[in-house]
Design a protein around this ligand. Structure first.
Ligand code: GLU
Length: 451
């Protein structure tokens, strides 16, 4: 069964980049009828915050991507300890004692010689006596995973195609700090195996992590007997701003900002589902359509450009298609289906419905008309008849009675009835305003003081 996971570190709010990653994992799982798991990567106790865990859950719920299960790394430490012990017994982890300053110096020297700053494995050369001496001094080691330089690292990436890495060109990663706490790499691999994750889909900033983790997966699988499998990997190109650059703003742009702007989660989903793929971004509110079409082979390797203006346009287009039943609870009081249909084409967010609804409920702005328009509006009020289509009969009659046409015919009526020069279709609006109120507004306008 396809199992994907979204694995945020709760050190901040979700931003548009990781919302996109979450969405694609959700879509992949839904398309295959599989499972989408939320894994809170909270091994960094100092930087992880409970408020962010809650915010992540809320954001996923708002986006309609509730996970099928949730796990927290802070509750799974025993599993990592066990894996660590197995890897240690297999000679794949080793203690190292360098201080951060020493490591930094080594890096600088290598870089100064024009060489890649790969860890020199000096810790592997320590004798038992030297290690014992460090321990006696009270210097606790940190722990590195020993890459196998002879084992080729190759995988078929779902987006990037065949990927090859030379283990000798990579540093043995530190997996555990001197205080016993975990870095990201090993717990993630342990969890992916334990949780039966079949597909790891994440940003391309993780490509070199994958190279290292593939050796971890292999080592973990070799050291145990359970039927577990290495997941497939796919790395998507990163999201950039509309101007084409990695953008700081995107790194802090999250669901709270989208909510405040009154945007529909469906708009965000429609945009992020296809942004950076060869499929057209369209105002598709039905996620089943998006999910069915989800296909990693359509993902481009070029960065995907996130454009706020495109999101706004998409939102408006989606709002224009929303059914009354889907929005009723969020509409101003008294606004019925006919009201929604009249006003829907004029709004770009549902919040704007209230402004337009005031044209129906009144009071509307008073406009000072010229004398001949006042006369015209008096004629409009006097002969007002109410039928199936009061606007058509009103304008039809006035055209005949006054010889007016076009703007001269329509604009004074719209102004008198709504206090505005533009707005929703009058034919739809008039039945909502009602006969009594229509007459009252026309009469008031006819009697309005001179301009
Ligand atoms: N916690 C990691 C991150 O947020 C997870 C990466 C992954 O998907 O493995 O970058």
């Amino acid at each position: 069964m396809t199992t994907t996971r979204f694995a945020p570190s709760p050190t901040g709010r979700l931003h548009v980049g990781n919302i996109r990653t979450a969405l694609h994992n959700w879509m992949l799982a839904r398309r295959d009828g599989g499972r989408f798991l939320l894994r809170i990567d909270d091994t960094d106790a100092e930087r992880s915050r409970e408020e962010y865990v809650d915010a992540i859950r809320q954001d996923l719920a708002w986006l309609g991507m509730e996970p099928d299960g949730e796990a927290r790394q802070s509750e799974r430490l025993a599993l990592y300890d066990a894996a660590f012990d197995r890897l240690k017994a297999a000679g794949r982890v080793y203690p190292a004692y360098e201080t951060a300053q020493e490591l930094e110096l080594k890096r600088k020297i290598l870089l100064g010689r024009g060489k890649p700053p790969i860890y020199d494995r000096a810790a592997l050369d320590l004798t038992d006596e030297q290690r014992a001496a460090k321990d006696a001094e009270g210097v606790a080691p940190h722990w590195r995973f020993k890459l196998d330089h002879d084992e080729p690292i190759v995988w078929e990436d779902g987006i990037r195609g065949t990927q090859k890495f030379d283990a000798a060109q990579l540093s043995d990663p530190v997996i555990r700090r001197a205080d016993g706490s975990w870095l990201y790499m090993l717990p993630s691999a342990v969890d992916d195996l334990d949780m039966g994750v079949t597909d790891v889909l994440r940003g391309e900033d993780h490509v070199s992590n994958t190279a290292v983790q593939i050796q971890m997966f292999t080592a973990l699988l070799a050291a145990q007997h359970e039927a577990q499998q290495m997941p497939r990997f796919a790395h998507e190109a990163l999201l950039v701003g509309a101007e084409g650059k990695l953008s700081k703003r995107l790194g802090s742009l999250g669901c709270d900002a989208f909510r405040e702007r009154g945007l529909e989660p469906a708009a965000l989903v429609a945009l992020l589902a296809r942004l950076g793929t060869s499929q057209p971004v369209e105002p598709i509110a039905d996620r089943r359509v998006l999910v069915e079409g989800f296909d990693l082979s359509t993902f481009s390797r070029a960065p995907a450009r996130f454009d706020d203006a495109e999101l706004d346009r998409l939102n408006a287009a989606i709002v224009h298609r929303l059914d009354y039943d889907d929005v009723a609870a969020r509409l101003p009081e008294g606004m019925d289906k006919a009201g929604w249909h009249a006003i829907r084409p004029n709004i770009s967010t549902i919040g704007e419905a209230a402004e337009w609804w005031r044209l129906v409920t009144g009071p509307v702005a008073e406009i000072a008309f010229e004398a001949d328009d006042r006369g015209y509006l008096a004629v409009a009020a006097q002969g007002l008849e109410w039928g199936d289509d009061p606007w058509a009969s009103l304008t039809g009659r006035l055209k005949e009675q006054t010889g007016r046409k076009g703007k001269a015919l329509f604009l004074p009526l719209r102004q008198a009835l709504t206090g505005m020069d533009h707005g929703p279709d009058m034919g739809e609006l008039l039945p909502l305003i009602g006969e009594t109120e229509t007459r009252a507004r026309l009469e008031r306008a006819a009697a309005s003081p001179e301009d």
